[in-house]
Write a protein that binds this ligand. Structure first.
Ligand code: ATP
Length: 245
């Protein structure tokens, strides 16, 4: 099967710092993949390279076997790569509805048509999926932090992406919200591939079929939850930095 995403020797250096170094990575369509690793391991930098927020120092990225290394970020969105990042990127002075409407509009424009009814339906559907339907008229900036994260997921979903990248999506969510989030990702995964950076290990263990562990910009290990749990190098990496997640 042609991988959805394949990186070859992908690197990004900041001065002398090798934030991402020679990463070969393959993601198959339909997977839920988690990327874990200690703080500063290069996880955010790596997914930023995939979605085009930053340019690589060297190496290549392919989507469906086609080289996208030099494709600008907005064109990658149109090609089906949607993402949410640690720092919320909602429009705080717009309503929840309008935030999502911007994403739906982007998708409809790509399809060559913007019809009022479809806009409404797309927004309603995305908000219902993340459980924010009753907040549609709330100003996004007035939502609790956890709900702002869910709004971001709704904005990503409204694009109907093939790949949804989530950077620490459960940060700031309550236990109850995390449970709902796990169910949501399973739903999303029926239609899209999910790439998730996550520090909450129970969430990783419940969701990911395969886990990629990064450390010092490189892939340290890759495998099932059981394999990763039993991996001595992974245990060492976490103990070495004092992180538990
Ligand atoms: N724009 C930048 N300029 C300089 N250094 C950067 C930049 N972005 C990231 N770095 C550095 O690259 C390294 C990897 O950072 P990155 O944010 O990718 O790690 P991470 O694994 O996502 O960490 P965390 O779990 O804390 O989010 C860190 O040492 C970080 O300080």
């Amino acid at each position: 099967m042609t991988p959805l995403i394949e990186t070859r020797a992908l690197s990004r250096h900041f001065g002398g710092l090798k934030a991402v170094e020679a990463v070969d990575f393959t993601l198959q369509p339909g997977e839920i993949r988690a990327i874990i690793g200690p703080n500063g391991a290069g996880k955010t930098t790596f997914v930023s390279l995939i979605c085009g927020r930053i340019a690589p120092s060297s190496g290549s990225i392919a989507l469906d076997g086609n080289d996208i290394t030099r494709l600008p970020a907005h064109k990658r969105v149109l090609a089906g790569i949607a993402y949410t990042f640690q720092i919320t990127s909602i429009f705080p002075k717009l309503t929840v509805y309008d935030n999502v409407a911007l994403s739906v509009q982007r998708r409809l424009l790509k399809a060559g048509r913007v019809v009022a009814g479809e806009l409404d339906a797309g927004v309603a559907q995305a908000l219902a999926r993340v459980g924010l339907a009753d907040r549609a008229q709330t100003l996004a900036g007035n939502l609790a932090y956890g709900h702002q994260r869910l709004l971001e997921v709704a904005m990503g979903l409204a694009l109907e992406p093939r790949l949804l990248i989530l950077d620490e999506p459960t940060q700031g969510l309550s236990d109850g919200e995390i449970e709902g989030f796990i169910a949501l990702v399973r739903e999303i995964a029926k239609e899209a591939t999910v790439l998730l950076i996550e520090h909450n290990m129970p969430v990783v263990m419940q969701l990911a079929q395969k886990i990629t562990v990064m450390n010092f910009g490189r892939v340290l290990a890759e495998g099932s939850a059981e394999e990763i749990r039993a991996n001595a190098a992974v245990q060492e990496a976490y103990l070495g930095t004092g992180r538990d997640g």
